[in-house]
Design a protein around this ligand. Structure first.
Ligand code: NAD
Length: 441
C-alpha cells in the first residue's frame, strides 16, 4: 500500500518512518523546503531517540521518500495522514488553519478514492469541517472518506510508543475506511493491540479527554505537594501510596514544576474552549491549567525564599527541554522559570544535552554551558529542572568544589534528601520539607 503523511514534525515523521518500517510505501510531505532537503539527506530536524536510524533505513530500503509537492503526496496514496500543527489561538482554541490549508491542497489534487486521516490533535467537529473544505474545493468528483486517528506518542519515546501503543483509536463512518486503516495497522493487530473503532467526533474527543485527564493528574499531585510542604508530609511517599492502588496508578503522579510541552497546555486550553462554545464550562480542565501556571511561580518563590533576594545571584539550570530525551522547548517550564529568575535579578548558567542551542536563541541572557560542572561554576544554587538520566548520577564531591553555595533545588524530586545533605548540600525539593532548611514554600 502507498500512503502519504503531510507535515513532517515530531508526529508526522515518526508516523511516516514507522509505517515504512511496517512495510508500507510512504511519501512524507512538508511545505518547509529546508526541512525536506535535510530529510532527503537523512538529516532529522529534531532530537528523538532512534528516529535518524529509522529514517535512514526507510530511505535505503526505498519505502520512505520526501517531497514539498502536495500533488505528489496525494497522487499515489490510498490514505493521506494530516500531521500538521494545531497551535493555540489567543483565546486558547485550536488554530485549524494548517489543517484546512492541507485539506484544500488535497481537494485540488484528488485523483481517485482516498482515506483522509487526521493524526493532528483536532477538536470535535474538525472531521466534519474538513469534509466540507474538501468538498468545496474538489475539482473532480472523487469519493473520499474522513478518519480520525489521534496520536498518543510521547516525545522521547515516540518510536516505541508508535510501534507498541496502548491502543489505536479509529473514528470513521465508512466500513471501507476502517478496513484500510486496520490493514495499515496490521502489524499492531497481530500484537493484539486493542483497537477502538468509533465515530469521528468520539475519536476526536478521546484524544482531548486523555490529555486533559493526564494533565489533571499532574496538577492534582502538585497541589497535594504544596499542601505536603505546609503540613510536613512527603509527597513522594504519598504518590507511592496512592499509585499502588490500581484504580489510581503510579504514572503522571510525580510532583514537579508543572507540565509543559506542545500538547498538554494547548490541548487543555482547546478543551476549555470547546466547553465554552458548547455552553458547558470545563471546570476541572480550567483549574488544572490555572494550578499549573501557579506551580511555575511557586518554584520561583521557593528559590527566592531560600536565597533571600535574587539580585546578583547566579544559578546553574540543569535541563531545559520540557522533558528528558527531547529537544522540544515548546512551553517548557524551564524557560518560564529561567526568565522569571532573570527578571528578578538572577543570572542563569544553563546546560541541556539536546536543547541548549535553541534555548540560548530563545531566551536572551541565558549563559550556555558545555556540561553540568561548567554550568555550576561559581553558582549560588543548582536547579535540577529536567530529569535527564545524566543528572541522576551527579558527582556531588566535584559539584561542591565548583559551586559558591552548596544548594540543590531538585524540582523533579530526583534525589533522596539524606543523600544530598550527606554531601553537605542543602536539598530543596517539591512537596517535601528539606531537613536542614525547613523550607516550606
Ligand atoms: P510540528 O510543529 O513538529 O510539525 C508540524 C509540521 O507541519 C511542520 O514541519 C510544518 O512545517 C508542517 N506544516 C505546516 N503546515 C503545512 C502545510 N500546509 N503543508 C505541509 N506541511 C505543513 O508538530 P507536531 O509536534 O508533530 O504536532 C503535530 C500535531 O500532532 C499537533 O496537532 C499535535 O497536537 C499533535 N500531537 C503531537 C504530539 C507530540 O508529542 N508532539 C503527540 C501527539 C499529537
Amino acid at each position: 500500500m502507498h500512503i502519504s503523511v503531510i507535515g513532517t514534525g515530531y508526529v508526522g515523521l515518526v508516523t511516516g518512518a514507522c509505517f515504512a518500517e511496517f512495510g508500507v510505501n510512504v511519501t512524507c510531505m512538508d511545505n518547509d523546503a529546508k526541512r525536506i532537503a535535510k530529510l532527503e539527506k537523512g538529516e532529522v530536524p529534531f532530537y528523538e531517540p532512534g528516529i535518524t536510524e529509522l529514517v535512514a533505513k526507510g530511505i535505503k530500503e526505498g519505502r520512505l521518500s520526501f517531497t514539498t509537492d502536495v500533488t505528489k503526496a496525494v497522487d499515489k496514496a490510498l490514505a493521506i495522514f494530516i500531521a500538521v500543527g494545531t497551535p493555540p489561538r489567543l483565546d486558547g482554541s485550536a488554530d485549524l488553519s494548517y489543517v484546512e490549508e492541507v485539506g484544500r491542497g488535497i481537494a485540488k489534487n484528488l485523483t481517485g478514492y482516498k482515506v483522509i486521516v487526521t493524526k493532528s490533535t483536532v477538536p470535535v467537529g474538525t472531521g466534519e469541517k474538513l469534509r466540507e473544505v474538501i468538498k468545496a474545493n474538489q475539482t473532480g468528483k472523487f469519493r473520499f472518506d474522513i478518519v480520525s486517528n489521534p496520536e498518543f506518542l510521547r516525545e522521547g519515546s515516540a518510536i516505541e510508543d508508535f510501534m507498541r501503543p496502548n491502543r489505536v483509536v479509529i473514528g470513521a463512518d465508512s466500513d471501507q475506511a476502517v478496513a484500510i486503516m486496520k490493514d495499515l495497522y496490521r502489524p499492531l493487530y497481530l500484537l493484539e493491540t486493542p483497537f477502538v473503532v468509533t465515530d469521528i467526533p468520539t475519536a476526536e474527543m478521546i484524544k482531548y479527554a486523555s490529555n486533559a485527564f493526564l494533565a489533571v493528574k499532574i496538577s492534582f499531585i502538585n497541589e497535594i505537594a504544596t499542601l505536603c510542604e505546609r503540613v510536613g508530609a512527603d509527597v513522594q511517599m504519598v504518590s507511592k501510596g496512592m499509585g499502588l492502588d490500581h484504580r489510581i496508578g503510579s504514572k503522571f503522579l510525580h510532583a514537579g514544576p508543572g507540565f509543559g510541552g506542545s500538547c498538554f497546555p494547548k490541548d487543555l486550553a482547546a478543551l476549555v474552549q470547546t466547553g465554552e462554545r458548547a455552553g458547558y464550562p470545563m471546570q476541572i480542565a480550567s483549574t488544572a491549567s490555572k494550578v499549573n501556571a501557579e506551580q511555575r511561580v511557586r518554584m520561583v518563590e521557593k528559590i527566592q525564599k531560600t536565597m533571600g533576594s535574587l539580585k546578583g545571584k547566579t544559578f546553574a539550570m540543569l535541563g531545559l527541554s520540557f522533558k528528558p530525551n527531547t529537544n522540544d522547548l515548546r512551553d517548557a517550564p524551564a524557560l518560564a522559570i529561567a526568565q522569571e529568575l532573570m527578571k528578578r535579578g538572577a543570572t542563569i548558567r544553563a546546560y541541556d544535552p539536546a536543547a541548549l542551542e535553541e534555548a540560548s536563541r530563545t531566551v536572551p541572557g541565558l549563559i550556555p554551558c558545555h556540561d553540568v560542572y561548567h554550568a555550576a561554576e561559581g553558582t549560588d544554587g543548582v536547579i535540577l529542572m529536567t530529569e535527564w538520566n545524566q543528572f541522576r548520577t551527579l558527582d556531588f564531591e566535584r559539584l561542591k568544589k565548583t559551586v559558591r553555595q552548596p544548594i540543590l533545588f531538585d524540582l523533579r524530586n530526583v534525589y533522596d534528601s539524606d543523600r544530598v545533605v550527606g554531601f553537605g548540600f542543602q536539598h530543596i525539593s517539591v512537596g517535601r520539607v528539606s531537613k536542614d532548611s525547613q523550607s516550606t514554600l
